[in-house]
Design a protein around this ligand. Structure first.
Ligand code: ZN
Length: 490
């Protein structure tokens, strides 16, 4: 063979190998992508074409103009543009199944929360260090100069703006120099403390909870698992109710909502108290939980600890106590919500040793190959909270979120929303949007959204015997959604 011909043949063969190998690698990767096993029906494929037209247009505009790509922008600045996005409007219509990670006092949209502060009996007071709220009936306490909110509003037309600023983290310049992660967490916890007294009034708690169910239901979420505690409450006669009565109120509100919205599948509460406590206090949490769980197994379904992991006690401090209830408790631990490596993130190791059913955040999980292995082996779902992680300063650009790795490798993930109230979001769709646009590949399609919806039920705390029934309901809602989209866009 002449040398020139040999060279041409060699290059041709090498290039053929290159392209064959490239196709093989891409196809192997595609088969590992989250949700890739779904086979779309003909109608689903048509709906997928509509979705992908929207996605590719928005995605490619981002490629041309990266500073406008919404998942790369802080949510306080991207929210208004997200609401104009066709992908977001599509996601709002998707039956998203369940919302599995949000905190009971941080779930309602800011405007609805503000409206609830118009309830009778609410007073405010500035005690020179901070402004406080409290409901009083038949006379106020003498510990502060309490004023009716109605009077404060009449005196100051900007009072609601002031109140709104106390109820959210929203600021004009979130990327400015004001806050490191500890400072933003301190502000976050101040809001929990600010709104907490509102929930002591039984009517407020009822109305709040009912509206939470309404907002999530309107966002096509039919079931919720909420992190929360059951404190004492009082009514307008100043009758005091204990934690068990508060659990009863959760149950009754759910029943009331289910009568008004018959396709609602209910809510459950994961008992979640502070991790910044002593061993003795943890003992009291555990006994409170066991009492509530025994009395209301249909409401109280698990146990978790909350608060900033970097500054709270690690799970290992309470491991011996928690192990005593592990055989009769489902754990849903927050773990690895940190950027540190070799410290706070060890909560991930402890969470799997304690046989956690899901992991909240798991942001540090890629630093722990053994945790990754166990999560896949035992099918432990990861609750991803994209906007929370951005606002609380774990990641600026959501394309760099750990969720992209987990989705690329087909890990069991669900998308959740943590505390939408405190960053101006509402329901679950904003977080689904961020995950779909920021953490899935350009070609990632309807199959990912379908798998997210199905996973949201597969990984609930509900008994597995009921799963076929609820998945059947979801299939019906999904079929209706496919029909609705085809009618709307054709
Ligand atoms: Zn959380």
């Amino acid at each position: 063979m002449r040398p020139l011909l040999f060279l041409i043949l060699f290059i041709h063969t090498a290039l053929a190998d290159f392209w064959d190998d490239r196709n093989t690698l891409l196809s192997n990767e595609a088969s590992q992508l989250f949700g890739s096993f779904w086979e779309l029906t003909e109608n689903e494929q048509k709906v997928n074409d509509i979705l992908m037209k929207f996605k590719l247009q928005e995605y490619d505009e981002g490629l041309s103009n990266p500073s406008k790509f919404l998942p790369s922008i802080h949510f306080f600045h991207s929210k208004a543009a997200i609401e104009q996005s066709e992908v977001f409007k599509f996601i709002q219509k998707v039956p998203k199944g369940a919302s599995l990670h949000s905190h009971s006092t941080a779930m309602l949209s800011t405007e609805a929360l503000l409206n609830l502060t118009y309830m009778e009996g609410l007073y405010g007071c500035d005690d020179n260090t901070k402004f406080k709220l409290h409901f009083f009936f038949g006379g106020v306490n003498d510990d502060c100069d309490w004023r009716l909110l109605e009077d404060l509003r009449n005196e100051d037309s900007g009072f609601d703006d002031f109140l709104r600023s106390k109820m959210t983290l929203v600021v004009d310049d979130p990327a400015g120099t004001c806050c490191d992660i500890n400072e933003v967490w301190s502000a976050f916890e101040d809001i929990f403390e600010f709104v907490a007294p509102l929930f002591d009034y039984r009517q407020f708690l009822h109305d709040y909870l009912y509206q939470v169910l309404r907002e999530f239901h309107d966002d096509n979420v039919k079931y919720l698992e909420i992190r929360g505690v059951f404190g004492e409450t009082f009514d307008s006669n100043n009758t005091i109710y204990g934690p068990l009565d508060t659990a009863q109120l959760y149950k009754e509100t759910q029943q009331e909502f289910a009568i008004d919205s018959q396709d609602f599948a209910g809510h459950r509460v994961i008992y979640s108290n502070s991790r910044k406590v002593s061993i003795d206090t943890m003992d009291s949490y555990i006994s409170d939980y066991l009492e509530l769980r025994a009395a209301y197994p249909e409401i109280v379904v698990g146990f978790d600890l909350v608060g900033q992991e970097d500054l709270g006690e690690p799970l290992s401090v309470f491991a011996d106590q928690l192990a005593t209830i592990a055989n009769r408790t489902k754990f849903f631990f927050h773990a690895g919500e940190t950027n540190w490596y070799g410290t706070t993130d060890l909560n991930l190791i402890d969470a799997i040793l304690l046989n956690t059913s899901r992991i909240g955040h798991a942001f540090a999980i890629t630093k722990h190959p053994e945790v990754l292995r166990v999560v896949k082996e035992r099918n432990i779902a990861i609750e991803l909270n994209p906007i929370s992680n951005q606002v609380l300063k774990l990641v600026d650009d959501l394309r760099n979120h750990v969720g992209a790795y987990l989705i690329a490798n087909g890990y069991p993930v669900v998308i959740t929303c943590d505390g939408p109230s405190f960053w101006g979001a509402k329901g679950l769709s904003y977080d689904w949007y961020m995950a779909f646009m920021g953490m899935t590949p350009r070609e990632g399609d309807l199959r990912i959204l379908k798998e997210l919806a199905w996973n949201s039920y597969v990984y609930t705390a509900l008994d597995k015997e009921g799963l076929p029934f609820i998945l059947n309901l979801l299939q019906g809602w999904w079929d209706d959604f496919i029909k609705e989209i085809l009618e709307a866009y054709h």
